[in-house]
Design a protein around this ligand. Structure first.
Ligand code: ATP
Ligand code: MG
Length: 471
């Protein structure tokens, strides 16, 4: 048997330290999994997994001693692992193990084993790569499943029977799809088929873990890869039925609408080129989620009246089910979904100042993100159409800026407060104060008066008089 050595990848000084201690203690150990994969792919990586043939905890103790207290180690006895933090790394030491599964749980029964056993229990061939750090085998690649080949050909494949791999731990289905999106890899045919066959097993996985993987898909360079795979594996309808419902086209009298799922994931990709903001990306995925329930056919063609508001109303229940945060992040997504048609309605020939002011008022600080989404929402294949729409939005952005500089309504603070109104007219808190306050705000948004204290006070006096209130 010929051996491949990949010493050139072992540049991190911490590996030298680990291996020195291993030499001195005659310990057999390997760096394995994600660290090896990402180093070869030249992706940044922080966490490092070390498999020790023997006890991971004992070795970590020896290493910590050798490092002379320049590190902190935590021991997890029940897992047989130790975690050492060093120079920004999180290094996990674990004894080589063999695993077996029961049907109702993804938690395996664990016994100690050889390196070979340990590689067999891993999810994908590209995650089985191990590199020796011992005296005899420093830099030697152990690759029983041809992971290097799959890494080169950019393929996700399970080392053992994919059906058993996914049934044992169904989280691996999400991991496969997440890696395909993160790394831009293909999922091998039988592996993908096995995901589809085992999709119902996802039930035994906690929502938190599923959502964790969804968020990783969301943060990848081209999230559509992940959502396409979720769809192909029929996991989408289980995890995100509202998004799945956007699939398909109807035809009436020869007229069809676009497939809103494919449109959506294209929008998501477009947006992801412009923004890393994960919540804006969620808003892109969900911006048209109200379409299926508002779909109608009228003489002129397909309509989705009110899908913006219908979609916004769906956000809290989707977030709750997915265990996404129910705080300002959710409200942000909801607001973007609700407002996503507004800039489009502004981009006609005549943009009135008051319409622009109202958008600034309603969107506040979200207005820039909203514009970014609207620009990403242009998915036409016709270059001329794209150019025209982009140009329109350029005008809208310009107008938004002009009006904001002039009227400052983006984070509107009423120039006259409720207290001042009460004081001026000797009014108790109540309906009348509210009416005057609202009238002032409307007058500013409509451009009747400027966003200015003096003008607002004058307007207040007139409004009160009109209502029969004396100062
Ligand atoms: P990332 O750190 O980007 O999430 P990773 O592959 O490093 O990716 P980890 O969760 O850090 O993932 O796990 C480290 C290694 O442990 C993996 O490379 C893989 O070999 C193994 N592993 C992790 N989760 C599983 C699993 N569910 N089934 C089998 N092996 C797994
Ligand atoms: Mg990792």
């Amino acid at each position: 048997m010929s051996y491949v050595y990949i010493k050139m990848y072992l540049n991190d000084p911490v590996l030298k330290l680990i291996s020195k201690t291993a030499f001195e203690n005659n310990t057999e150990l390997y760096v394995i999994g994600g660290y090896v994969r990402d180093t070869i792919l030249r992706r940044p990586t922080k966490d490092m997994d070390i498999v020790v043939v023997g006890s991971g905890i004992d070795f970590a103790k020896k290493l910590a001693r050798a490092m002379g207290g320049k590190t902190s180690v935590s021991f997890y006895k029940s897992f047989g692992t130790a975690m050492l933090r060093y120079n920004g790394h999180e290094i996990e030491f674990v004894g080589a193990r063999k695993e077996s599964y029961r049907k109702e749980s993804r938690k395996p029964i664990v016994e100690s084993g050889s390196l070979d056993d340990d590689q067999k229990r891993r999810d994908f061939t590209i995650n089985t790569l191990a590199v020796g750090l011992g005296r005899e085998n420093y830099g030697q690649l152990l690759d029983p499943f041809n992971g290097m080949e799959d890494l080169k050909n950019r393929i996700i494949r399970t080392p053992l029977d994919p059906g058993i791999t996914f049934s044992d731990d169904p989280l691996r289905m999400m991991r496969a799809i997440r890696f395909s999106a993160q790394l831009n890899f293909q999922i091998e045919k039988y592996t993908l088929k096995a995901i589809k066959d085992n999709r119902k097993r996802i039930e035994i996985i906690s929502q938190e873990r599923i959502t964790d993987e969804l968020n990783k898909i969301m943060q990848s360079e081209k999230p559509s890869t992940g959502f396409n795979h979720l769809d192909k594996a029929a996991l989408l309808e289980i995890i995100l039925p509202e998004v799945h419902a956007m699939k398909g086209v109807d035809v009436v009298e020869g007229k069809m609408h676009k497939d809103n799922f494919y449109h959506t994931i294209k929008v998501l990709d477009n947006l992801s080129k412009k923004s890393e903001n994960i919540w804006l990306r969620w808003a892109a995925l969900l911006h048209d989620v109200g379409k299926p329930r508002t779909k109608g056919y009228a003489e002129s063609g397909w309509t989705f009246h009110g899908h913006d508001l219908a979609g916004a109303k769906m956000i809290p229940s989707i977030f709750r089910r997915l265990k996404l945060p129910l705080n300002e992040k959710m409200r942000y997504v909801q607001k973007i979904v609700q407002l996503h048609l507004r800039p489009i309605s502004l981009s006609g020939e005549e943009i009135t100042d008051s319409a622009v002011r109202r958008l600034l008022f309603d969107a506040g600080d979200l207005v820039d993100d909203l514009m970014t989404l609207c620009e990403a929402d242009i998915t036409s294949k016709n270059k001329e159409t794209v150019r025209r729409h982009m140009n329109n939005f350029k005008q809208v952005r310009k107008k938004l800026q002009e009006i904001e500089e002039k009227d400052a309504v983006r984070n509107f603070q009423p120039p006259v407060t409720g207290d001042e109104i009460m004081e001026t007219f000797g009014l108790p808190p109540g309906r009348e104060v509210g009416i005057i306050k609202k009238a002032i705000k409307e007058a500013i948004l409509d451009g009747v008066i400027r966003n200015d204290k003096e003008e607002a006070r004058k307007f207040m006096m007139e409004k009160a008089k009109e209502m029969g209130i004396e100062s």
